[in-house]
Structure formats: C-alpha cells, structure tokens
Design a protein around this ligand. Structure first.
Ligand SMILES: [Zn+2]
Length: 504
C-alpha cells in the first residue's frame, strides 16, 4: 500500500536564499495536505541567510538574516533578501502544520554553508595557519559553495552549536532533525591549527573524517535530547555512520548509501534528477517523474529502510510564492500521484490524475506551470536547459559564480595534490594565493611560484572535466600518482601547524 511504501512524503523549503512570509508558508502547507504529504523539511540556515531566531545569540538574525541586493541570475535581485522567523512565529507554523497532519523537520547546516552564521559570530570560524585572521565571512549574495565552515577544533564553537540546537529542538516536536552536512569544502580546516589539533588528538587522517567526527558528536548530543539526526549523503564520504542516523540521498555516493542501508540505516530519497523542483522543466518534468523507478538501484534488497521521498525546493531563483508555485506545481503534484499509484499508469492516465489534483491546488490560489511545459520534446527541453543556464550565468551573477567556481576547483585540486604526495606546506602556500585573490587580498610574494604551479594544475584539472581529452589526461594523472606513490618517503603523519598568539 502507498502509505506503507512511502511513510515519509515530503517537500523541502529553503528559506535562506529567499525569505518566505509566514502566510505563504501556510498556503504551501495547505497544498501539501491536499496532496497527502506529511512532512515539510524546513531549510532555515545557509550561506545567504540565517532565518531562525536564537535567543542566546541575537546577532545570528540581526546580522545573519540581512543582505543587500543579491545575484542569483534571473528574477528580482531585491525581493525577500532579508527576514527571519521569531520563535513565536515558528511555534505557530509548527502548530498549524500539525493541525494539517504535517510534521516539520528543521535543518541547521553543519559544518558548511555557514557564511551567514560566521558573519555574525566570526570567532567560531577557523584560524588561519599563518594567523593573520584574514578571509572574512559575509552573508553571501550569490549561488555557490563557500569556504565558511564552523571550526571543528574549538571547544567553544562546538558549545555554540549545541546551544543553538538546544533552542531548535525545543521548538520542533518531531523526533528527528536535519544537520545538513553537504558541500563542505575543507580549505580552511586543512589550514586551521585548532582543527588539525583535533585531528591529531583523535587520530583522524582526513578532513572528511573530521566532518564525520563532528557529525557523530552532534548526533550524540541530539540523541541525548531525544532526536535522531538526518544528514545529506555527502557525510558518508568521511566513513560509515551508525544506523541511528538517517541519510538523505540527493546526488552521488550511491554505493556508500547502499552500504549504509545494508547495515540497517534508514534513507530518505531525494535523487536530484527526479525530485529537485528548483530545476527547470527541461530538466525535470512529468515524464521524468513518471519514469522514475519506484525503488532506486541503491535501495534494492533493502526496501524496508527506504523511508520515503522528499522534493527539495532550493530558492536561489525563487523570490516569492508565485515563483515557488510555478516550480512546485504540478511537479510536486506529479510526485504525489507517482507515490500513490499502485500499478503502472499510462502517460495519459498519469497526466489525467495530475490534472485532477492540480484543480485543488489552483483553488488555493497557487498557480502552477502551464500544461505546455509539463512534458517537452527533447528539443524543447534542451532549449529550456540552455535558457536556464544563460539566465543563471548572465551578468553579475555569472561573474560571482565563476569566482566561486575557482574556490571549488581549488578544493578538488588541493585534494589531488595531497593524493599525489606533494608536500603539505607547498599545497597551502599555493592555495593561499588563489584564496587571496578570491577575497580581494594581496598574496604573499614569497608564494608566487607555488601560486603559478597550482594555477597550472587547476587549469589541467578543469580541462580534464570539460574537454574531450579527459581520458588521456586521466591516464597521465594516474601515472603521476603511481610515480609519486613509488617514490614517496614514509608518511610523517599530520604535521603541526604552529600556533601563534593574538589570532582569532
Ligand atoms: Zn578550525
């Protein structure tokens, strides 16, 4: 029965990238009830805005919920950039959702996507190894993955997180909460004396494993407060998690998610190609949803650990309820039909059922996308994807994404250099020159040649991703790696980065 097959039937609302007024959230909850959904995952914090009042730390909202014009590409750059929910408003929304049979699952991102948090409380970010306290955080104004991570090595920072979670868990009665864990680039952790001390003390070898250690610590804390912990599947990169955790699968790492399920772990399914409703209709439409296998490959044989499905609405380009309705409907409606269907439906039957349900959604005053985009020819879909791409990468938005992409590339290049056995000191000095440029700072002239080297490697790595000669380069890269491994001197372990006084 559908109820049993999909115990978790949800959608996720990101209110960080754009704030959504309370009245509009109530409207979406009504729609969710109409579709038979029972969960709203509320993404309350991210680089571009901190939206939940925390009484012990008022600057989180005083500073973290405010940004000027933003540049996400397409749509207004001034609308709903600021705002937050008071604890009273949150209680009201939770209660209202409960009256509709919908549980709300809050998400506080840990340890990455913390730019807004660190803009308010920079003291809980990492120190630089060279101790000059540069690389400041701000509430971000564009899309991307940013280097702002909470420091894993400062006990005060962990205490700060736990204080926040104390208040969050009080507000939401649901017996689980989400702590994110996705897209945490480790550029700062790699350089921070405090983080590296924790790694030495715990015998941790990689920053991914350090992330896992933080997640385990927080998970244990939440368990002591009666909550299970949900994380994005990225966290499994650092090693396996106990089955008390719940993993939300969105992209990549499927074999690790499968292993997690084999060991008894529960999974919420949000495979991005089928269920990400911020994507354009050329990417994901009724056909994509209809043809999605009911059991994904990674869950075969462990169906009892598949809790259900959740459709995320990330809101970089969703400024208001009108745009949200366009992105959500009828695709969320289609997912509801897909979950309910007990047997195979023909495309016509499927669309008919979606159309029927859509009438109820439209009656709530939520206008979905027109039927002309519900399904598209491959040609039209391609055009739609290209149009979306040029909107996102146009003008100021494109420039900011490009600058940010360089940091993402730096992250993967640093990993690659370390795998190839290059000296850690060289890696940091090289990377610092790229980061300095990103932050609009002057690089240390002594790092000039290291900077040249990393830029060459980054260029090669980027080419490997984008060009046809990828395979040949892969081959070459493997040879270099092998060569480095054959000639490597014994690993001295994680070297200590000297602590210096007077740094944050
Ligand atoms: Zn640190």
């Amino acid at each position: 029965m559908p109820e049993k097959a999909f115990a978790h039937r949800g959608f996720m609302l990101d209110v960080s990238r754009h704030y959504m007024p309370v009245a509009d959230i109530r409207k979406l909850l009504q729609a969710a009830q109409t579709l038979g959904l029972n969960r709203m995952h509320w993404h309350l914090t991210d680089d571009q805005g901190w939206r939940i009042e925390i009484r012990k730390y008022p600057k989180l909202t005083q500073i973290g919920s405010v940004r000027g014009d933003s540049w996400f590409g397409g749509g207004s750059e001034t609308e709903n950039n600021c705002g937050y929910y008071t604890q009273e408003e949150i209680r009201g929304i939770v209660e209202y959702a409960g009256s509709l049979g919908i549980d709300i699952i809050p998400e506080i991102e840990i340890p990455g996507h913390e730019s807004a948090m660190l803009a308010a409380y920079p003291e809980y970010g990492c120190r630089r190894g060279n101790g000059d306290g540069r690389w400041p955080d701000k509430v971000e104004i564009s899309c991307g993955i940013f280097p702002g991570l909470i420091c894993a090595g400062k006990p005060d920072a962990m205490r700060f997180l736990k204080d926040i979670l104390d208040e969050v868990t009080e507000l939401f009665p649901y017996p689980a909460m989400h702590i994110g864990g996705d897209e945490a680039m480790k550029i700062r952790w790699r350089r921070c004396p405090d983080c590296r001390r924790r790694m030495r003390e715990e015998g941790i070898e990689t920053e991914d494993a350090l992330q896992r250690s933080v997640v385990l610590e927080i998970g244990e804390y939440l368990a002591s407060r009666g909550k299970r912990t949900i994380v994005w599947n990225d966290v499994l990169e650092g090693g396996p998690l106990p089955d008390t955790f719940i993993v939300q699968q969105w992209m990549g790492g499927e074999e690790k998610t499968r292993a997690f399920m084999e060991n008894g772990g529960d999974v919420i399914r949000s495979d991005n190609r089928s269920f990400y409703l911020d994507y354009c209709y050329g990417q994901t439409n009724l056909k994509t949803i209809r043809e999605t296998p009911r059991i994904p490959e990674y869950a075969r044989g462990h169906e009892e650990h598949l809790l259900g499905v959740e459709c995320p609405l990330w809101t970089e380009r969703v400024n208001n309820i009108g745009r949200a309705a366009y992105q959500l409907f009828p695709r969320l409606t289609a997912v509801a039909v897909w979950m309910e269907a007990e047997g195979e439906l023909s495309p016509a039957e499927f669309t008919d059922r979606v159309r029927e349900k859509q009438k109820k959604i439209e009656a709530l005053g939520l206008t979905g996308a027109p039927e002309s985009v519900w399904e598209m020819s491959e040609e039209d879909a391609e055009k739609d994807r290209k149009a979306e791409y040029s909107r996102v990468y146009s003008g100021r938005s494109g420039e900011l994404i490009h600058a940010n992409d360089q940091m993402v590339l730096l992250e993967s290049t640093e990993r690659m250099m370390r795998e190839a056995g290059l000296p850690e000191d060289l890696i940091y000095r090289a990377g610092n020159t790229v980061a300095a440029e990103y932050y609009g700072e002057a690089a240390d002239p002594a790092d000039e040649s290291a900077g040249k080297l990393i830029r060459q490697i980054m260029k090669a790595a980027e080419g490997r991703e984008k060009e046809d000669w990828r395979k040949e380069c892969e081959h070459l890269f493997r040879d270099i790696q092998q060569c480095a491994a054959d000639t490597a001197v014994p690993d001295p372990g994680i070297p200590a980065v000297p602590d210096r006084e007077g740094t944050r």
